[in-house]
Design a protein. Sequence first.
Length: 277
Amino acid sequence: MTVNTPGLRPDRRGIVARLLGSNSSLTGVRRSSHSGASSKERPSFKWPPLPIEGSDAEGQPLAIARPHGPDLQPLGGRPKRGLDLAVASTALVLALPLMAVVALLIKVITGGPVLFVHRRIGFNGTPFDCYKFRTMAENADQVLEEYLACNPRAAEEWRETQKLKNDPRTTLLGQMLRKSSLDELPQLINIIRGEMSCVGPRPIVAGEMSRYGAVAYEYLKTRPGLTGLWQISGRNDIDYASRVALDAQYVRNWSIWTDLIILAKTAYAVMRFDEAS
């Protein structure tokens, strides 16, 4: 698959091509996620299978390969970390009044907890608590289970993308927060704590690691991101396999300039409510 794949919106193909380079192809990434990466794609150090908390789609205990070593550092090292701290600290200070208003609205309108805390997989397979403003009903798991049981098409959509365009769990206020991406502002705290980066693959749960196949180690090389290639490439308009391919290509072609470009493009994408996740 290339940047010309039908999975990408036409107005986003040029963005991805410029960021990844004119010779970059997603074909190898998508194929390797099913049949295994070539020897040239594998890292020079060993990646032994180590347990990661969670289970796969069949409910079996999950164990995947992850990087290790005394000198192992997240993708980008100090330059990327410096950018993260500068951007996240500034954004958090500017966004605090707005975050306080959002928290008050959630508490008054829906009641219950303000934050949704979910266990995700971070750099080197380390689990961490990812923060978001709560956009769902308090009994979201029960609502989802009942909805999928009664709607085969929705169940298939969930299996393929781990998302629902018409999610019955989401409250009216939650829909507004998602459309504006305000629900993700608490992840600025994750960035400052060093659990996430401003730019990178979206944080996933343990059960999703099996969907990355042979390129799972690409995900584990870096901190998950608040934004990334997926967000500026159509978000809900691309399938999960394309998202995996974009994540792998981002890691393989990383530069500080790529991060700066993605951050600039994200500001525009956030204003396009039709592209919200």
